[in-house]
Write a protein that binds this ligand. Sequence first.
Ligand SMILES: NC(=O)c1ccc[n+]([C@@H]2O[C@H](COP(=O)([O-])OP(=O)(O)OC[C@H]3O[C@@H](n4cnc5c(N)ncnc54)[C@H](O)[C@@H]3O)[C@@H](O)[C@H]2O)c1
Length: 325
Amino acid sequence: MDYCNDLLPGLPKKAIMAFFTHQISRGFSSSAVRSAVIKHVTIIGGGQMGAGIAQVAASTGHTVTLVDTSEDILKKSVKGIQGSLNRVAKKKFTDKPEAGEEFVQKVLKNVSTSTDAASAVPASDLVLEAIVENLKIKQDLFGRLDKLAPANTIFASNTSSLPISDIASSTSRLDRFGGLHFFNPVPMMKLVEVIGTSATSQETFDSLLNFSKALGKTPVSCKDTPGFIVNRLLVPYMMEALRLYERGHGSKEDIDIAMKLGAGYPMGPFELGDYVGLDTVKFIIDGWSAMEPNNPLFAQSELLNKLVAEGKLGRKTGEGFYKHK
Ligand SMILES: NC(=O)c1ccc[n+]([C@@H]2O[C@H](COP(=O)([O-])OP(=O)(O)OC[C@H]3O[C@@H](n4cnc5c(N)ncnc54)[C@H](O)[C@@H]3O)[C@@H](O)[C@H]2O)c1
């Protein structure tokens, strides 16, 4: 069968091929020309996520300014990055410790730190925020930086649960604002969710996709909807496991075993909750149930609320659904 003539009957085959070649090359070249290459990144927030993203960006040849509220926190962040790089070097350069040390120093050279975001942003292609999960604080930060960053600087948030468009609304660069949602631990996890709002330009979106690839990650494209893809599926799943347990349909242990052995998941939902932090799970579900109070997938769990009120937050506090040594 001649597929060309089936698709566009009546035109000579040569003309059809020329048409497709033109469209394909136009698509490739236009996005290559239009999307800006990100080389220097300012990362605001040097906690778990910010430090992890800084490490990966610096390891892939980007220059990074890591910003946090105090020199002490930044020292801790850089120490953490160095420790993590040492572990990478030990594996990568097993028989060549000197080459390993050289690798660590070379990556660290790409990282500078600052407690003053205002002085860092003017030289940035991208300002990526990984601070506390609080809409007002994120809006204040971006609103302030919007007045200082050059017009072409792209802003992005690593939020897990807040709408990107709500964070972006404090700025005047809605077309140059998107989401880059990384996963913990960042150096290990391959996925990045790239989020475009209805106002994000194609050029910005392409730049964020290309940046994710340049970090050695696999990006997926997401709409600006609660939880994007991964958490939108994962959080209701964890909540449904809780409800199953609350109704007495299975023990925590059996539900965890069932999902590991029956569905091939590396952790059961209760183990996962303790790993993520029950306060984080509650924070996300509280936000979503406030947005969509009638959605049964976002309904509250009495047990989750009780454990969080008692400070039993999972691994980080030594107890959550389970006791941890
Ligand atoms: N932890 C996760 O598994 C995970 C995964 C994906 C996304 N996220 C998101 O990433 C963001 C950060 O999470 P985290 O786990 O790294 O938190 P974290 O508490 O480890 O780190 C947050 C850091 O931001 C700093 N900070 C707070 N306000 C600041 C400000 N105004 N300016 C500069 N620095 C400020 C804090 O001092 C802290 O060092 C949150 O939005 C969270 O939802 C977290």
